[in-house]
Ligand binder design. Structure first.
Ligand code: 5RP
Length: 236
């Protein structure tokens, strides 16, 4: 096996470990009427598969993407609309990058807008991530910006004025019928301020900075095991 496929296999094992840890985290709190918010991506997919084994212990899930909704249904889990679910006790999802302050870049799977909505509607955001996702400064991973299609070029010009290098993610339409611009090599010193700045551009639907509402609990898969940490009160 090549070094690269070894590394990918190890990363997958770490993703599995944090998915299992998230199950341990929520299992004591499940009740017949519990509805769980569920994210999108390869780590969230492992969580969904593990969640299937508990399907008789809670009511339903709200999915952050059509893809996750299909995976949940395949596990025999009812999927309900956020509008009929009320406040969710937990939202479990991965991240593309996360800082020690629990601000994140998300949206590598183009599901950022629904992920942000379901996270906003949840009491506790549990981020499940392998150790490679922990960074001091966000921005090595391209920051996704979801745009209304007719605004794409205008928004791109505004992003260039901010010093970004927006690249159209060709061939991708979000579940909301929109398009994605990815900002490469755009290092973000103040994620809360940048989240606001990007949201202020007309035609932007959402951006992949989860800073105002970061994670509450991080389950980080490291070589020495899963490390659980909670967001510091000063950032609450
Ligand atoms: C999808 C996301 C994912 O959470 C993020 O891309 C991490 O994905 P993975 O678990 O596959 O590394 O934000 O829009």
């Amino acid at each position: 096996m090549s070094a690269r496929s070894n590394a990918a296999q190890r990363q997958n094992q770490l993703k599995q470990a944090v998915a299992d840890a998230a199950i341990d985290e929520i299992a004591p709190h499940l009740a017949a009427d519990t509805i769980i918010g569920v994210g999108t991506g390869s780590t969230a997919t492992l969580f969904i598969k593990a969640l299937g084994k508990l399907k008789d212990r809670f009511a339903a899930a709200v999915a952050s993407s059509d893809a996750s909704a299909e995976l949940l249904k395949a596990e025999g889990i009812d999927v309900v609309d956020l509008n009929s679910a009320g406040t969710l006790p937990f939202y479990v999802d991965g991240a593309d990058e996360i800082t020690p302050d629990f601000a994140m870049i998300k949206g590598g799977g183009a599901a950022l807008t629904r992920e942000k909505i379901v996270a906003a509607g949840s009491t506790t955001f549990i981020c499940i991530a392998d150790g490679s996702k922990l960074v001091d400064t966000l921005g090595q991973f391209p920051l996704p910006v979801e745009v209304i299609p007719m605004a794409r070029s205008y928004v791109a010009r505004e992003l260039v004025k901010l010093g970004a290098n927006p690249i159209y993610r060709e061939g991708v339409t979000t579940d909301n019928g929109n398009q994605i611009l990815d900002l490469y090599n755009f290092m973000i010193e103040d994620p809360v301020a940048m989240e606001d700045t990007l949201n202020g551009i007309t035609g932007v639907v959402c951006n992949g900075l989860f800073a105002h509402r970061g994670a509450d609990i991080l389950l980080l898969g490291r070589e020495d095991g899963v490390v659980r940490s909670e967001r510091r009160a000063s950032n609450a």
